[in-house]
Write a protein that binds this ligand. Structure first.
Ligand SMILES: Nc1ncnc2c1ncn2[C@@H]1O[C@H](COP(=O)(O)OP(=O)(O)O)[C@@H](O)[C@H]1O
Ligand SMILES: [Mg+2]
Length: 257
């Protein structure tokens, strides 16, 4: 059973905190959606969760222990899809995945089999020998996803994993995230896309200006906001205004002489 706990996380790049007092827990079988507009602190939170950046205050506990105590071992257990694809451009897709699998200590036959089937499933097999630098954003994103899933990790952390994906791949990944939760993985999923979060997450945390605005099961949040869909609840909580009305006002403004 995996348990990831964030305790009062705070991160300051400047005098204004990018993340302030973020706390949550995530267990096996849960998909926690971290929802918030751009700049609300999602990626900053993720970087602290995987130990890429030190919290200014607070701590991240994995299995009850601060991840700092054994960061190398901890990172091996986490599948992480970063927001930006920084892949070594001269490696082929296949070489990159082989490198990741080897660094993760996977045995060669398993590694080969998994790479082969996952490249096939993500429609990348015909491009496996091409340099990653020649890939489109969507192709690089799919390589990152495969790299995160390859080792069958118990904890998965996705930062905007659908960005740049074509419609079909996005649908596959959406379904996959839900399925991973159902199969007992612990998933932390960041997105500014509400509709996806509503469909795949068991729990939701809404960030605004680095602070947790609301937190709970998707149903709890809908009820708390008194709205039928999470999308309405989200706009209500984050924007504190009615999106339908704003759209109408905009359309009216366009037509005003
Ligand atoms: N490395 C950094 N140095 C300085 N400021 C940063 C850095 N990373 C993020 N920020 C700032 O922190 C805030 C939160 O950013 P971020 O965590 O990327 O939000 P999100 O992922 O929700 O879009 C933003 O105001 C952003 O400009
Ligand atoms: Mg981000």
């Amino acid at each position: 059973m995996v348990s990831l706990v964030a305790r009062n996380l705070m991160k300051c790049y400047t005098s204004v905190p990018a993340v302030e007092d973020v706390s949550f827990s995530l267990r096996s079988g849960e998909v926690l959606g971290c929802l918030g507009p751009n700049g609300s602190g999602k990626s900053t939170t993720v970087r602290m969760l995987i130990g890429l950046s030190d919290p200014t205050r607070g701590e991240v506990l994995f299995g009850g222990k601060n991840i700092r105590m054994n960061l190398v071992a901890y990172r091996k257990l986490v599948g992480y899809v970063p927001e930006e694809a920084n892949l070594y451009p001269f490696l082929s897709g296949l070489e990159y995945l082989e490198l990741v699998g080897t660094l993760r200590g996977m045995d060669e036959p398993t590694l080969r089999k998994r790479i082969d089937s996952m490249l096939e499933l993500f429609s990348l097999h015909p491009h496996r020998h091409s340099a990653v630098g020649s890939y489109s954003k969507g192709m690089r994103q799919r390589i990152l996803l495969i790299a995160a899933l390859l080792d069958d990790p118990e904890l998965l952390i996705f930062d905007e994993p659908l960005s740049g994906l074509d419609v079909t791949s996005a649908l596959i990944v959406k379904n996959l995230i839900k399925l991973l939760g159902e199969r007992g993985k612990a998933v932390f999923y960041c997105s500014h896309v509400l509709e996806v979060v509503e469909k795949v997450c068991s729990h939701v945390m809404i960030l605004r200006k680095g602070r947790v605005l609301a937190q709970g099961s998707a149903d709890d949040l809908r009820q708390a906001a008194g709205q039928s869909s999470l999308e309405h609840a989200f706009v209500h909580l984050v924007e504190d205004r009615d999106a339908t009305q704003t759209a109408r006002d905009l359309a009216d403004a366009m037509a005003t002489a």
